[in-house]
Design a protein. Structure first.
Length: 628
């Protein structure tokens, strides 16, 4: 088995070396659902931009992704289809002008939408897109509390209590709700045939109109009423501050926080504030969105939500080094030079709750310069570690990064993704799909576990260190009853359990520790008959493990890596898993492209084109090194 594993390691290493870009990075597609493809078509048509080639390519992808029942899915095993995705894709195809309502596949999509309840049952974001283009009425009974952005930090809720990821989405939506902006053109399609109950035209919240939501709004309104000043003056001040908030977070390429969706919403919100579509800010934003294109696995154009360039480069550089690539090879040195250029030297919103530390983190994308995260920073530091020991020119960046990571630990002992101590539960009550996952940025098992793995393997810290001890305690307290851990940014319980176990083992928690033994027992219990592991995207919606009933390469690699960190000798289960992993890599089926990256539960999932190279390479290398 070791010889076969070594052959696969060499194959993966050679493949990755061939895919490196001239600047030292790995620019591999970060593939999500068709939502971004649909939004781009809607945006270009709404602005009257004749980008026929791009629109045609995006239409082709939408057509290929449509299911036999006329619907679109967020992931392969989603039952029937996804209503909001189907509404958005159907609308985009009509708006493209290249499809019409009477075509058979369009009629199928229409029937699916009607069978699922029509436009009224779409998610909030879908309704925002429909409203700004004249297909849905802005609410008359509800005024967006845009003055939220004026509330001080002493208020029970303030704008910066939301996670940074949520804030940059909420800000433009507050403007759109406040201004009730509509941009409708002569060629805008009419979706009135999908409005099944006119009495529900104003129903924005649907089932989310709960007691908790109204309590959240009441807190906000009560705080706003305490602001000093005339209502009209405060309202105008709030609009101006929201505008400034967005403009101050535009990246060099013109995108807002480097994300597609935030930029899409920002463009419409600036139009609502009186900007011309020819304004330099809007034109630069559109140009920035166009740079997010990649070639997806179906060999067609896809609009990425963002790029994953820094994340991929850091992980691949580390994986190659761990798999015997010398740090002095051009491949590694070019990758490290690229990472050095992408280290952040500007303060971002993270400084609000962490003011005593200098910038030094890394972000996810090549565009990102103000929104670093813990995961990317530890990945970059792991790639730099050997060179920082050998070469002086890397050391300042190394120490700045380590200092930033350590400073980002939450008071509860775990690590967040983007911002420290951003975890007010009341903010999970807002009526947005997946609000508990996006409104706040609490400690998570995947971030905490991988940070521990970095601190243990690359710095040599153990549970004798007080921060490590607190993190291990947090993992113990947040383990599920069945022995697993929930992972926020991957799918899902396999992801979290792998990170927790490998993290604890790296800081010398005994393999006989009760938490680790429970986690191992759970992984062995869910192993598939083919020897691998696979988990459905349904898990992050239902917040319980849902098996995929077949294996995926990345999830198999994660589970194996956790087991290898515990067992001193290869077990039958590990060997079967290794055999399955290699088989999956060399004979790919639909599971090869199954999304194992998490974004917004029920809506956004990601297939990283890099993952079937990175994680198997790391796992196979651990297997060979430990058991040689």
């Amino acid at each position: 088995m070791k010889e076969v594993a070594l052959e696969e390691i060499n194959r993966l290493m050679n493949r990755l070396k061939e895919q490196q870009s001239p600047d030292g990075s790995w620019r591999m597609c970060f593939e999500s659902t068709v939502a971004t493809d649909a939004y781009m078509i809607i945006l270009l048509r709404s602005l009257g931009m004749n980008e026929e080639s791009m629109i045609g390519d995006l239409v082709s992808r939408l057509e290929r992704k449509q299911g036999v029942n006329g619907a679109w899915k967020a992931y392969h095993d989603e039952e029937g289809g996804n209503l909001s995705l189907t509404i958005e894709a159907y609308y985009a195809l009509l708006y493209s002008g290249m499809k019409n309502k009477n075509e058979p596949k369009m009629k199928q999509a229409e029937q699916f939408i009607i069978a699922r309840g029509g436009l009224q049952k779409g998610e909030l974001l879908t309704k925002v897109v429909l409203a700004v283009t004249g297909q849905w009425k802005w609410p008359t009974y509800f005024r967006a509390p845009i003055e939220l952005i004026l509330l001080p930090s002493t208020a029970p809720i303030n704008f910066f209590d939301f996670s940074g990821y949520a804030r940059v989405h909420i800000a433009p939506m507050l403007v759109l709700f406040d201004q009730k902006f509509v941009l409708k053109r002569r060629n805008t399609p009419d979706l009135s045939h999908l409005l099944l109950d006119r009495s529900l035209d104003n129903d924005w919240l649907g089932e989310s109109r709960s007691l908790e939501f109204h309590s959240c709004i009441r807190y906000i309104k009560e705080a706003i009423e305490k602001l000093i000043g005339f209502p009209e003056y405060l309202h105008q001040m709030a609009l101006e501050r929201t505008e400034r908030f967005m403009l101050e977070r535009i990246e060099e390429d013109g995108t807002l926080y480097s994300y597609f969706l935030t930029t899409f919403l920002m463009i419409f919100s600036l139009l609502a504030l009186g900007y011309s579509k020819d304004h330099a800010v809007i034109q630069k934003a559109i140009k920035g969105l166009k740079t997010l294109v990649c070639i997806a696995d179906d060999n067609e154009l896809h609009m990425q939500h963002t790029t994953a360039t820094v994340w991929n480069t850091a992980l691949i550089s580390h994986a190659l080094q761990y798999s015997r690539a010398s740090i002095d090879t051009p491949t590694i040195q070019k990758s490290l030079n690229y990472l050095m250029e992408r280290q952040h030297n500007r303060y971002g919103d993270w400084v609000i709750r962490n003011p005593q530390v200098l910038p030094g983190g890394w972000g996810f994308s090549n565009i990102n310069s103000i929104n670093p995260d813990v995961d990317d920073t530890t990945a970059a530091l792991r790639a730099l570690r050997r060179s920082a020991v050998k070469y002086h020119r890397y050391r300042a960046a190394w120490y700045k990064g380590v200092n930033w990571v350590l400073s980002m630990q939450n008071d509860d002992g775990g690590w967040p993704a983007f911002e420290k101590n951003t975890n007010k539960e009341i903010l999970t009550w807002i009526p947005i799909t997946g609000a508990p996952d996006v409104s706040i940025d609490p400690s998570s098992a995947d971030l905490t576990g991988r940070t521990l793995e970095f601190l243990g393997r690359d710095i040599g810290l153990t549970t004798d260190h007080h921060q490590v001890k607190e993190a291990v305690q947090w993992l113990g307290q947040n383990q599920e009853r069945d022995g697993s851990w929930y992972g926020r940014w991957g799918i899902c319980y396999i992801y979290g359990t792998w990170a927790a176990i490998t993290g604890m083992r790296a800081v010398e928690v005994s393999e006989n520790d009760a938490s680790i033994q429970k986690g191992v027992a759970w992984l062995l219990h869910i192993q598939n008959n083919d020897g691998g592991w696979g988990e459905s995207c349904k898990s992050d919606q239902q917040k319980t493990y849902i098996p995929l009933r077949t294996s995926t390469p990345s999830q198999t690699a994660w589970a194996l890596d956790a087991l290898i960190s515990v067992f001193e000798n290869p077990t039958e289960e590990i060997n079967r898993g290794i055999q399955c992993l290699i088989e999956k890599l060399n004979h790919p089926d639909w599971t090869y492209t199954y999304p194992t990256g998490g974004g917004l539960p029920g809506s956004f999932y990601f297939y990283y084109h890099s993952y079937n190279n990175i994680w198997p390479l790391i796992t196979l290398s651990h297997y060979v090194k430990k058991y040689s």
